[in-house]
Design a protein around this ligand. Structure first.
Ligand code: FAD
Length: 325
């Protein structure tokens, strides 16, 4: 923990992971710190099962695969990975070393900081019904990561949102049975074609119903519904909204613009030695897309390299660096 890194990246979404790779590729000693237990940010959280078509050179890649590829890319350059840790404060010492403090009081030290923490951290609204606590994390899930784990299984999805429909339709391809439970009488944030696809699917849709109890010794086997019906269930996926804990960029002494960090074309922030990339950044015509995060990551790392050594090259070519491999 006392080690001083050249670059510490806050946030292990696609931008943070790619920043870590690029920083390592430039021979900078790099650490990436992520609050969630897994890497991948929004891609892993919201749409791991969906195909992404607008990242250059990848004509359709599942979110889960993109997150895992970019993690592998970061690992290939000896990145130090830290997960399950939230940075709550950032301060610069007199010797220009940044101290990043975590929620539980740990400290990380770095010569530069690259903020790739998007708009903050998110937590799903947890399910709390009789019996649910004992299955949490094993059979109750809040993202649909690793679709294969549901193969041949009976899966319940609890959601009033389009996300629930997306999950149910993705699960239909692998699961034995899919039950989509909506506690209201309609789905929110849906397009007509979402409902048409749902209608045409084999997903069993239940409206105005909730789960009252989950049963099964050790292993969850049944869900008791509010109308008294009992469903056989091996896994439950929940999407009932999320809590966003906004990043405290202003408290860290940074200039902000509606919760994001304004930058110029060099991705330098108002604090010398702090850089930003991805959804956390804002500038005229900024797009909040994966590919723009990758591009900004390169620029932010190149700026960090220059800050650390003014003689450093403005950019490097991977084909030159890796020509002997
Ligand atoms: C439903 C949906 C569909 C989308 N579809 C597409 C698409 O098709 N194509 C496309 O290009 N883009 C798409 N996007 C946008 C894309 O997902 C984002 O632009 C991209 O994920 C941003 O990546 P990021 O790494 O900058 O931020 P994020 O993915 O938000 O990652 C930030 C990470 O930082 C962590 N973090 C935050 N604060 C802290 C802290 N204090 N300490 C430690 N960790 C912290 C968070 O936990 C998170 O993992 C979509 C977005 C959504 C919501």
């Amino acid at each position: 923990m006392d080690e001083i890194y050249d670059v510490t990246v806050i946030g292990g979404g696609t931008t943070g992971l790619y920043s870590a790779f690029y920083s390592g590729m430039r021979d900078l000693k790099t650490k990436v710190i992520e609050y969630q237990p897994q890497f991948g940010g929004k891609v892993s959280f919201f749409y791991p099962e969906k195909k992404i078509y607008d990242v250059g050179g990848l004509p359709g890649i599942r979110g889960e695969d993109l997150a895992s590829n970019v993690t592998e890319q970061a690992a290939s350059v000896d990145t130090t990975f830290v997960t399950g840790v939230k940075i709550t404060s950032m301060a610069k010492r007199q010797d220009d070393i940044f101290i990043l403090k975590t929620e539980n009081g740990e400290e990380h030290f770095s010569k530069t900081v690259l903020i790739a923490s998007g708009l903050g951290t998110f937590k799903m609204q947890p399910l709390s019904v009789k019996g649910s606590a004992q299955y949490d994390g094993r059979q109750i899930h809040y993202t649909i990561q690793h679709l294969e784990q549901y193969r041949g299984q009976k899966v319940g999805v609890i959601s009033q949102n389009r996300v629930g429909i997306d999950w149910a339709l993705a699960l239909e391809a692998v699961a034995e049975e899919v039950h989509l439970l909506n506690r209201g009488d309609e789905f929110k944030a849906v397009y007509k074609y979402d409902l048409e696809k749902l209608e045409a699917s084999t997903v069993n849709v239940y409206k105005n119903l909730t789960i009252e109890e989950l049963r099964g010794a050790d292993v969850m086997k049944e869900a008791v519904l509010s109308n008294g019906a009992v469903l056989d269930i091996d896994h439950l996926l929940i999407y009932e909204g999320l809590q966003i804990d906004k990043s405290m960029y202003e408290e860290w002494g940074l200039e902000t613009d509606k919760g994001r960090i304004p930058v110029g074309t060099d991705m330098c922030t108002s604090i010398s030695g702090v850089f930003v990339a991805g959804d956390a950044a804002v500038y005229p015509s900024k797009t909040m897309l994966i590919a723009s995060g990758f591009n900004e990551a390169m620029t932010a790392v190149n700026s960090a390299a220059k800050y650390l050594d003014p003689k450093a090259k403005s950019q490097v070519y991977s084909t030159v660096i890796y020509k002997h491999q």
